[in-house]
Design a protein around this ligand. Structure first.
Ligand SMILES: *Cc1c(COP(=O)(O)O)cnc(C)c1O
Length: 470
């Protein structure tokens, strides 16, 4: 065995490696500085390993170049990348919530890559308003007098409170002081906006008389109803229904605002999706509703405000409107998403979110069957079976709704399931899957047919890389 000095002397010189044939090839594809930095890091690690005694041989130039190649290609990858969602959670917040339809994406790309009428009026030949592009279509779909769009529903809540209730009281039921996730909590948003929270009722029960008692002609700026999106209360409970609150608002001449969370417009009652409906809420004569663009609406991240023109106008003129304004890509995606709703049947087939929720069990079975076949063919040696599973809407919507689906279950025949799961996450097209009793489950509801070959590839890779050394 060589001594440390000899080993250290044996580490290839960076200059030497830079002229090696395989490396010249790498230099064609990656910046020289990146490659040199990688070489430096790797040789430095080898040096440290030798000095500490952990390393008792020097890798060959070829081995080092292989490592460089692996590292630079990973480092070249985007941070925000496409993944396969095998969880069966349709609006997976960690995986980007709603998918847009191919047609929406096409329109979005055209607007993003070219000049557009973002703030230009073709009729007048001069400056236009960016609100106009979506306002008409939102009015048409929801039945509202006016509408506007901001960055997300949290921003919508903030601007409503800041514009209509600064230094005044907003009456909210104690049963609706919701935390949505991250740092969105109704009491805290209220504080940030400058509005004063006036809690009424008890956690489980709030009556109309509680709102009446809380009302003060001088101090009350609004009655706010918040949908308890991500939880449900059962048992001895009572909340004031929207029509009753709207009626009270009219009597007191106080605006009634409803934070609906999910913007459900389609009729999904047949599918067990228990969420308030946008058009039904508008039909009560309410002053303002707010909802997310990327929950059950199935559009881009956005917050939609719809309702009485006099309130929308106040918000359009508020300084926060500029801070919360959406970019042209969001506008393009939102306009196209709303347009799909003009045909209430077609939208169920066109919008990916609605499609994934309303897909039939037969279709899911067929998809599972196709996936199983592809896996059996590409990555034999594992055992695949189709099992019933429970999927969900996700995104903090319809928390009690179970969507019955199918998963392809993979018995890895001795390969540790955690190891396989890690490999799937780190694959060329990463996959997020579920683990169930030492087996991997791919819920097919959220898998695109077009992803099946890549899934097969991923499993065949696991097979290859674990062969021999289980
Ligand atoms: C989800 C949700 C929000 C936040 O919406 P984002 O679009 O995620 O900002 C606010 N209020 C309710 C009731 C929600 O469900």
């Amino acid at each position: 065995m060589k001594n440390r000095k000899e080993l250290l002397r044996g580490i290839p010189k960076i200059d030497e490696m830079l002229i090696a044939e395989q490396l010249v090839f790498l230099l064609d594809k990656h910046p020289r500085a990146v490659v040199v930095e990688e070489l430096r890091k790797i040789t430095e690690n080898i040096r440290k390993g030798i000095l500490s005694g952990e390393q008792d041989h020097v890798p060959s130039i070829e081995e080092i170049i292989e490592r460089v190649k692996k590292n630079v290609t990973t480092e070249d990858r985007y941070s925000l990348r496409r993944v396969v969602n095998g969880t069966g959670v349709v609006l997976h917040t960690n995986l980007g919530r709603a998918n847009l339809s191919p047609k929406t994406v096409e329109h979005l790309a055209e607007i993003a890559g070219h000049y557009s009428t973002c703030e230009y009026d073709l009729e007048k030949g001069g400056r236009g308003s960016r609100h106009d592009h979506v306002e008409e279509i939102i009015k048409q779909i929801t039945g509202a007098e006016a509408a506007m769009i901001v960055n997300n529903n949290a921003a919508a809540t903030m601007i409503v409170l800041a514009a209509l209730a600064k230094d005044k009281e907003v009456v909210v039921s104690r049963g609706e002081l919701v935390e949505i996730g991250g740092s969105f909590r109704i009491p805290e948003i209220m504080e940030q906006s400058g509005a004063i929270l006036k809690e009424v009722g008890a956690t489980n029960k709030t009556h109309i008389k509680d709102y009446i008692t809380a009302y003060d002609e001088e101090r009350t700026a609004a009655f706010l109803k918040v949908h308890t999106s991500n939880y449900r209360m059962v048992g001895f409970t009572k909340e004031v229904e929207l029509p009753e609150l709207v009626e009270l608002g009219k009597k007191c001449n106080v605006p009634v605002i409803y934070d609906m969370g999910s913007g459900l417009i389609a009729d999904l009652s047949r599918y067990g999706v228990d969420e308030p409906n946008v058009t039904a809420a508008m039909a009560t004569g309410i002053d303002l509703i707010l909802f997310s663009g990327d929950k059950l609406l199935g559009g881009p991240q956005a917050g939609i405000l719809a309702g009485k023109k006099k309130y929308i106008d106040i918000m359009k003129g508020h300084p926060l409107a500029r801070a919360f304004r959406v970019d042209k890509m969001t506008l393009a995606a939102a306009e196209d998403t709303f347009r799909q709703y003009l045909d209430s049947r077609e939208v169920l087939k066109e919008n990916p979110v609605l499609k994934m929720i309303t897909v039939s069990k037969e279709e899911l079975w067929e998809k599972a069957e196709k996936l199983k076949q592809a896996l059996t063919k590409k990555a034999g040696g594992f055992e695949y079976s189709i099992v019933p599973c429970e999927d969900s809407v996700g995104g903090g919507s319809a928390p009690t709704t179970v969507l019955h689906g199918y998963a392809v279950e993979v018995d890895l025949k001795g390969i540790p399931v955690q190891k396989a799961e890690t490999m799937l996450r780190k694959a060329e097209l990463p996959m997020i899957v579920r683990i169930f009793h030492d087996r991997i489950r791919i819920h097919v509801r959220t898998v695109d047919m077009g992803e099946i070959p890549a899934i097969g590839q991923n499993f065949s890779q696991i097979k290859k890389l674990t062969e021999g050394g289980k």
